[in-house]
Design a protein around this ligand. Structure first.
Ligand code: AMP
Length: 573
């Protein structure tokens, strides 16, 4: 397929806001796509080149993209920079300057989808000394053959700013519509995606042999989307909802999904990044496990030998450094509290009820560095309440109540797990949000050039970020300095394309960093766009930063519908 066709559809997607229209546009495009091309097309729509757990990053900053544009259009770097200042979007800059090209290339060729995809992969794979120059040249080569509209989207893909509000749910709908004419295949496609996290791979299997989607199974080294927890305000509400349940402590550590096949072990974070090299001590223990093939999940916590207690998430995160891993593993020994098992020796366990999975956990994880997370079987509210209070006394975050009959709900929040956390004011939980902008310090804070954050949650129905709070407190002086340092590196001229906002910060930033925020309650406010109805959206009252959550990706933040639920829950509390 010619890339021109793809660019035309991307342009129309940009002008479309309704999910149904987007689905139809994509489904039409998929109908014209061959089984050999569908995988690359899906990745490009996602604005990426591979599954999230395969590290294949472009590695080209804005400056280098501008150099490629300059070199292929014959405009000076200065001209490119000036136009970028004006437009605030490298895609539009590439498009405009290609229209006013000062030189024509002799080797111009028609771009195909495959050519564009594999050229971008080549840029991503170019590393080592002198690689920046090569990357600039390779990208300029693509621009040399590109039409202006094609260049708009190529520049945005490389810059990581291709956002037209097409989320994975819309792509899944469109895949189903492209083959079945309706959404009847959506559910099985979604399950396949949730248990391998690779939409490109799922689409390729679907186009090659659609029957295989129904029989899709969990496999080592294809991490599942982590199951998510619902929240309820009180122990009574939990017992009323799921009755007899398994209750575990909620550890504030680092979630790891562990895969073993023979001698090979990989560990994945919650955002499905490979973490194996960070935890050599865990890897050694996992290698010793009896089954040849096993996939399981747990929460890693560093242990304080002196005080004989576990460190918090923040301290445990110190283990995630690049250097001195061996020393760190001696100073901060880890335990992994194992709480679920998803596959063993080729058998996919995700559809089995928790009580059966639990039996297998007890069989394979008696104790040791890989510790079984203790589970209490609870039927009565009082007992649940006692366990919760004990957990808080031990400085834990709260508890997880689990439906013993539920399957593993990969990628979903379906009351299979319910969290009950220590509360802040009237709020039942904290919110995880992504930083979309920041404010300058005023008064005594002027010297920090940092006065607060603009925070957004994710509306997964609209595939948009929506603002929910302006956070001005909870920061130490050190934190203000380090926040300013990391955020000033990702400043952008324009707001993120997939953000709905009313309030403007002093600086916009790329939505990259996730923070956990405590607050007193959720109110309705005319300033924020979260769940906007009429004039008012939801907003956090007295928000204060708890910590940066490097383990969560921007789209894994709290959703708008969760904020709405919390708003109703605080009334019931
Ligand atoms: P939250 O991040 O507040 O939505 O809570 C869900 C997270 O709690 C999971 O992603 C796990 O990382 C963590 N967690 C801690 N203890 C447990 C447990 N016993 N069972 C399941 N998840 C747990």
């Amino acid at each position: 397929m010619l890339f021109k066709k793809v660019a035309e559809v991307f342009e129309r997607l940009e002008e479309t806001s309704g999910r149904l229209d987007m689905t139809d546009l994509l489904a039409d495009l998929f109908k014209k796509t061959s089984k050999d091309e569908i995988k690359s097309l899906i990745y490009l729509i996602q604005g990426t080149l591979s599954a999230p757990y395969i590290s294949l990053e472009m590695g080209m900053g804005e400056k280098f993209i501008m150099e490629s544009i300059a070199s292929s259009t014959g405009h000076s770097k200065k001209e490119v920079e000036l136009l970028y200042k004006k437009k605030g979007d490298l895609g539009l800059v590439a498009e405009e300057l290609l229209k006013k090209k000062k030189q024509t290339s002799l080797s111009k060729r028609e771009l195909t989808l495959d050519y564009v995809y594999y050229s971008l992969v080549r840029i991503a794979k170019t590393g080592g000394r002198g690689s920046q120059d090569l990357k600039i040249k390779y990208l300029a080569d693509i621009f040399n053959s590109a039409e202006p509209l094609e260049a708009r989207f190529i520049a945005r893909i490389v810059n990581g700013s291709l956002r037209f509000g097409v989320g994975d749910p819309t792509i899944l709908d469109a895949l189903s519509v492209s083959k079945a004419g309706d959404k009847s295949l959506r559910e099985e496609l979604e399950r396949a995606f949730n248990i391998c996290s690779d939409l490109g791979h799922v689409a390729e299997v679907f186009f090659t042999n659609p029957k295989k989607i129904k029989k899709f199974r969990v496999e080592p080294f294809k991490p599942l989307q982590p199951a998510l927890a619902e929240r309820l305000p009180t122990p009574e509400a939990i017992i009323k909802k799921i009755g007899k349940c398994g209750v575990e402590h909620k550890f504030d550590g680092f979630r790891l999904q562990c895969h073993k096949l023979g001698e090979q072990v990989e560990l994945y974070s919650r955002r499905l990044e490979v973490m194996t090299h960070m935890f050599p001590d865990l890897v050694e223990e996992i290698k010793k496990l009896k089954p040849k093939e096993i996939i399981f999940e747990g929460e890693a916590l560093a242990f304080d030998r002196k005080k004989k207690r576990y460190f918090s998430f923040q301290k445990t995160m110190h283990r995630r450094r690049k250097h001195g891993i061996k020393k760190a593993s001696e100073e901060l020994p880890l335990n992994l509290f194992v709480f679920d098992i998803l596959q063993v020796d080729g058998e996919d366990l995700t559809e089995k009820p928790l009580k059966e999975r639990r039996k297998l956990l007890e069989k394979y994880f008696p104790s040791g560095i890989l510790k079984l997370s203790e589970m209490f079987i609870v039927e009565k509210t009082k007992k649940l309440e006692n366990i919760f209070n004990e957990a808080l006394k031990e400085n834990l975050e709260g508890i997880m109540a689990k439906d013993l009959n539920a399957p593993y709900t990969a990628g979903k929040r379906k009351f299979a797990w319910i969290k009950l956390k220590k509360s802040y004011g009237k709020s039942v939980d904290t919110v995880d949000g992504v930083i979309v902008g920041y404010f300058l310090g005023r008064g005594s804070r002027a010297r920090f050039e940092f006065g607060g954050l603009l925070l957004a949650v994710y509306n997964d129905e609209k595939s948009k970020f929506e603002t929910v709070a302006k956070i001005g407190s909870g920061f130490t002086e050190d934190e203000m300095v380090s926040l300013e340092k990391i955020l000033s590196k990702i400043k952008t001229e324009k707001p993120p394309a997939d953000l709905d906002y009313k309030i403007k910060p002093d600086f916009w930033v790329k939505p990259e960093y996730v923070v956990e925020v405590a607050f007193d309650e959720i109110t309705k406010s005319p300033t924020h766009t979260c769940g906007l109805k009429g004039e008012k959206g939801y907003a956090l009252r007295f928000p204060r930063m708890v910590e940066l959550r490097e383990d969560k990706s921007p789209k894994q933040v709290t959703t708008t519908s969760e904020v709405a639920e919390m708003f109703w829950m605080q009334k019931k509390k």
